[in-house]
Design a protein around this ligand. Structure first.
Ligand code: SAH
Length: 219
């Protein structure tokens, strides 16, 4: 079974264990920090699975941006989300055919500092006509920096990493190193990974530091 096809809430990592899959864990952490009406971003629209989950979370009063550099991915995403339109459950949906490294420039300026969640699912688009289109470390790191910029205090970035394909391990290592050097006054980072399965996808998440009640950063 393909990782993207795992049912939401499934406890299957692909090896029959009792822990949540990386994608389900990403969705859970995001759901805990997102309410209806929020603004959220899918940085790698791909087949639209994450975009769909984000759309359900924020509902018709919310806003979902979905970035991809392939029109094919945005078409697949629009098609998947059309199911919500019939039920009047579709949020404001902004499909952006741009490199996600330009995230902070492409969103409406009023959105900066207001976004609840940004999701990344790295690698290539399964089933794409061009499997050479793949996320790359330099633009991924620029996009992650951009994601932190657009987040509201207490908002979350999730990033699913794929060390199993060529270049994927290097990209995953670059993201881990980037997360490790982030000042704790800016964000807290966590890793969700099976240490016995080095090629399996794993998850890094960042929570932007919440503001304390008096406006100073907590802790
Ligand atoms: N690897 C995942 C799916 C990832 S889809 C899985 O196997 O389930 C990743 C998507 O990111 C693709 O649709 C690809 O076109 C897109 N992408 C690649 N580089 C990008 C960039 N710089 N900006 C925005 N999207 C990008």
């Amino acid at each position: 079974m393909h990782w993207l096809l795992l049912p939401i809430g499934s406890s299957d990592w692909g090896c029959g264990m009792g822990f949540l899959s990386v994608l389900s864990m990403a969705h859970k952490w995001i759901a805990e920090r997102t309410s209806t009406g929020d603004i959220v971003i899918d940085a790698t629209a791909g087949g639209g699975v994450d975009t769909y989950t984000l759309a359900e979370l924020v509902g018709p009063k919310g806003t979902v941006y979905a970035f991809d550099i392939q029109q094919e991915a945005l078409d697949r995403t629009a098609e998947r989300l059309s199911a919500l339109a019939g039920d009047n459950k579709l949020p404001a949906l902004k499909l952006v055919l741009e490199n996600h490294a330009r995230m902070a420039e492409e969103v409406d300026p009023s959105v900066i500092g207001q976004v609840s969640a940004v999701m990344f699912n790295l690698g290539y688009l399964p089933g794409s006509s061009d499997l050479t289109v793949i996320t790359e470390p330099a633009s991924t790191l620029a996009a992650l920096d951009s994601a932190i910029t657009v987040l509201r205090p207490g908002g979350i970035v999730t990033c699913v990493l794929y060390p199993g394909h060529p270049g994927g391990a290097e990209e995953a290592a670059a993201v881990e190193a980037w997360a490790a050097q982030l000042p704790q006054s800016l964000a807290q980072a966590v890793i969700y990974r099976q240490p016995q399965r080095h090629a399996a996808p794993y998850l890094i998440a960042l929570e932007k530091r919440p503001l304390s009640v008096n406006g100073y950063r907590a802790g």
